[in-house]
Write a protein that binds this ligand. Structure first.
Ligand code: ADP
Length: 368
């Protein structure tokens, strides 16, 4: 439905509840005709997007994720990955207008709830119409494309419970089906994927990345996701949670639960269970509270995922979404939760471009 045909520029946009993800395809070779026809505005936009790594106060280009020499619709080029908070949409539109976007393309491919919410703003403020695509279709299409294109895309965490041995290991995901796809954004969606065009949304939870960030800001006074993760990294959730040993007073071997097996891989603890005591509240730090919030949200997602995998008889789980950005604590927790409770039959997999697949899938659906 993109009316702009194959003329540049090519964008895919995923306007989520928290973050807007923008993927831009920069062609490697521009034909002479295109160069002649390339209006000054487009050249400026191309240079603005590809030469900067920050846009205004809140826009970022994830240069480490950049993919060179990819092929899309017979064109070679580079994929650039850009994100900004959806709350900054007003500034984005003003910038797009100032850069003359409206004079270049008539249609931008978009997905996510914001493609509906902001459609009128795109129309009226920048004279752009949105070609809207389904977000789950886009997510799966984008992830399959990136995984097939980037040989280092998929990995798992080996020995996730042993900090000294734990490391990222590449995983060959060339025969993917069936798998569970767990998208941890503001909320969580769980899909069972049987084939490229054969999937169902089987479950989800409203306790997701947005919940972690919201609760963490409330409890610690932090102001950003990065700060929340930094606090959590030096905190100890066992000072906040009630553990097996706090309840049973030692090992509780009848159920195979070692008493000091900390909250990290178990959900048989009571999250925040020590915080009813005033004395305990007075001894915990912001770091401990951040860590406990992260562990609580992550373990809940882990246990819902495990139940889904069991129900669907699927053994591989791919976790995506920006909640996992700069967040090895949650990835390792999910990896050990899958491992521990399934006695090794379930495998937790992760992807480098974690939060960008919806936007990529959207760009690919551009039909021209
Ligand atoms: P959505 O499409 O719902 O916005 P995302 O996959 O983009 O979902 O994930 C949003 C979540 O990612 C947030 O709730 C938060 O937990 C986490 N996150 C990671 N980086 C950031 C950031 N820079 N700003 C806000 N949230 C972030």
């Amino acid at each position: 439905p993109c009316e702009s045909g194959n003329s540049m520029p090519w964008f895919g946009m995923d306007i989520g509840g928290t973050l807007t993800k923008l993927v831009y395809f920069e062609p490697k070779y521009i034909t002479k005709d295109e160069a002649d026809a390339e209006v000054e505005t487009l050249k400026n936009i191309r240079q603005y997007l590809t030469k900067n790594s920050a846009y205004g106060k809140t826009g970022h280009r994830d240069a480490h994720l950049q993919m060179d020499d990819v092929c899309i619709r017979g064109r070679r080029g580079t994929l650039h990955f850009i994100r900004f908070p959806t709350s900054e949409m007003g500034n984005f539109l003003a910038l797009a207008k100032a850069k003359g976007m409206a004079t270049l393309v008539t249609t931008v491919c978009a997905t996510g709830g914001g493609a509906y919410k902001f459609e009128e703003n795109f129309n009226q403020e920048v004279n752009l119409s949105l070609a809207k695509f389904d977000e789950l279709d886009s997510l799966i299409r984008g992830m399959l494309y990136i995984d097939a294109t980037n040989p280092h895309e998929c990995y798992y965490w080996s020995e996730p419970t042993d900090e000294s041995k734990c490391q990222k290991v590449p995983y060959d995901f060339s025969k993917p089906y069936p798998f569970l796809l767990v998208n941890i954004g503001s909320g969580v969606s769980i899909l069972a994927v049987q084939g490229p065009n054969d999937y169902r949304r089987i479950s989800g939870t409203s306790l997701g990345g947005g919940t972690f960030l919201g609760l963490c800001c409330l409890l610690t006074g932090c102001n950003s996701f990065e700060e929340a993760i930094e606090l959590a990294t030096s905190g100890d959730s066992t000072r906040v949670d009630k553990l097996v040993k706090d309840i049973y007073g030692g090992d509780y071997s009848r159920f195979g639960l070692p008493g000091d097996l900390v909250a990290s891989s178990l959900n048989d603890v009571c999250s925040f269970g020590q915080m009813n005591s005033k004395d305990r509240r007075n001894t915990v730090s912001r770091e401990d509270l951040a860590r406990a919030t992260l562990v609580t949200i992550t373990n809940n997602i882990g246990s819902i995922t495990r139940m889904c995998a069991l129900n669907e008889k699927i053994e591989r789980v791919v976790f995506v979404g920006n909640f996992l950005r700069v967040n090895p604590i949650s990835m390792k927790l999910l990896a050990s939760a899958m491992d521990y409770w399934s006695k090794g039959t379930l495998k937790a997999l992760f992807l480098e471009h974690e939060g960008y697949f919806g936007a990529v899938g959207c760009l690919l659906q551009f039909t021209g």
